[in-house]
Ligand binder design. Structure first.
Ligand code: SF4
Length: 464
């Protein structure tokens, strides 16, 4: 049995060690880390859009080394993913971490007639991999969200990822233990048996400054944290970076995490230092570890890891509610009623809709009637009924099932708008519609369907 599955089955704490894919040459393989089983993990385009693909990097290592390959949906569609599954299967790699991914550095907005960058959602990737069969599937989750709506949206999407078939979860990198505890409590509350691992990284001042300066998506570094790191640096206490990382790993073990994902600790000398701190403190109880952690971070109020809160809104506006009600009424009457379905199915079956002129006129009519109201982009597979009438195409990544992990206090990772998934979550809560956002797995839109009329596609797919 592959090492990761075996660890999960035996409830054995394990360490996923991230290996670089962006450098030439291979690194020595670690099968254990500080006495814990270690598994190789290869990330997808973290440093640049042109990093070596994890699959290509994995081929440099023997088949006997158990690996977790990341697949980020950025700049990809379902066909790319199906090809990846074939490759992984042929290479007998069965651990996959499926992510939507942060913003592609060369993201194209689709101006000037160029095609817009697409993102394959993790939910859809999990659905496809599950359907294919034979994989052990991980998903990412960001518990470090501090505006109510964006936190709700993250957890609603986590329900979908688990419902789609994810076997394990890896959190976003973060330092707020309360948020990690909440994630663990969520799984317990809903009786999810899936394992959860926390992402940790030795956080130096240089790395923290880099993340703040470049606004690395979804990672929270507060002014308090920066100040602590700067003071330590000045006092020559740089090694505390590794001590703190060791404490976080040990705390997560005590909290019941199945393991950790160790990021950006690639150099042998860094790993040795980290291992030595784990050895030194592994005998401590949880309260002792937490007390040491709190004293190193100079925690006094418990809010030291929480960003300064500024919300877009706490309640949906009355115009958002009225718009929902009107569109819902129209949707039910025009697309869900038996009479409408029967009549329209009959109309759209007519051969003359195959005529290019008729098809173009229909598409134009649909676009004109919907673009101004909801921002329709003629995706050909209208999902408004499952998204509280907020068009998924108004998310820059085109996500329909929920948010990526990159929001900051309801603000979209792209920085130019409020996250539509926060708006949806807020609206759903006010209208008692959260089940829709939690349960409904929305299929991805095949490329060949884009640019066709969703009306025609809807009625023709309807059973009458
Ligand atoms: S989901 Fe597709 S068809 Fe529906 S409004 Fe959005 S772009 Fe248009």
């Amino acid at each position: 049995m592959p090492q990761l599955s075996s660890c999960f089955q035996k409830n054995q704490f394990c360490i996923l060690v991230e290996y670089l894919t962006s450098l030439n040459g291979i690194s020595p393989v670690k099968t254990e880390f500080a006495g814990y089983p270690a598994v190789m993990t290869l990330a997808d385009r973290v440093h640049s859009d042109h990093d070596m693909a994890p699959f290509a990097a994995s081929q440099q290592y023997p088949d006997s080394v158990d690996k977790v390959l990341h697949f980020a949906g950025k700049g990809r569609d379902i066909q790319d993913f199906e090809l990846f599954l074939l490759q992984a299967k042929a290479a007998k790699i069965n651990n996959l971490l499926l992510l939507t991914g942060d913003k592609l550095k060369a993201h194209c907005y689709g101006e000037d007639g160029s095609s817009r960058t697409r993102y394959l959602e993790s939910v859809n990737a999990v659905m496809a991999a599950k359907h294919y069969g034979g994989f052990h599937l991980g998903v990412a989750f960001n518990p470090f969200k501090y505006a109510e709506a964006e936190r709700d949206a993250q957890y609603l999407k986590l329900h979908k990822k688990l419902k789609a078939g994810a076997d394990f979860i890896i959190t976003q990198l973060g330092y707020d233990l309360d948020a990690l505890k909440q994630a663990k409590a969520f799984l317990k509350r809903y009786h999810y048996p899936q394992k959860i691992l926390a992402c940790v990284m030795p956080l130096s001042l240089a790395r923290a400054n880099f993340m703040v300066k470049h606004q690395v998506a979804g990672i929270v570094i507060t002014p308090h944290m920066l100040q602590v790191l700067a003071d330590e640096k000045q006092a020559g206490l740089d090694e505390r970076v590794y001590l703190r990382c060791a404490l976080q790993m040990l705390i997560c073990k005590h909290l019941g995490f199945a393991g950790i994902h160790l990021s950006a600790c690639h150099k042998p000398e860094e790993q040795i230092l980290l291992e030595s701190y784990i050895e030194q403190f592994r005998h401590l109880a949880l309260d002792e570890l937490e007390s040491l952690w709190n004293s190193l971070w100079q925690v006094k109020t418990g809010k030291e890891f929480v960003p300064e809160l500024s919300y877009y809104s706490r309640q949906p506006t009355s115009s958002q509610i009225i718009k929902y009600q009107q569109l819902h009424f129209m949707h039910e009457a025009l697309f869900e009623s038996k009479i409408a379905k029967g009549v329209e199915h009959f109309i759209f079956k007519a051969a003359w809709w195959k005529n290019t002129f008729a098809a173009k006129a229909l598409l134009k009519t649909e676009f004109i009637s919907k673009h101004g109201v909801v921002g329709c982009e003629s995706c050909g597979q209208c999902r408004l009924g499952d998204t509280l009438y907020i068009c998924p195409e108004t998310c820059p990544k085109g996500l329909a099932n929920g948010p990526c992990g990159g929001t900051t206090l309801d603000r979209c990772e792209f920085g130019d708008r409020e996250c539509i998934h926060s708006v949806k979550a807020r609206l759903a809560k006010a209208l008692g519609q959260t089940e829709v956002l939690k349960e409904k797995l929305i299929p991805t839109v095949p490329l060949e369907v884009r640019g066709t009329s969703s009306w025609k596609n809807w009625y023709l797919a309807t059973e009458v």
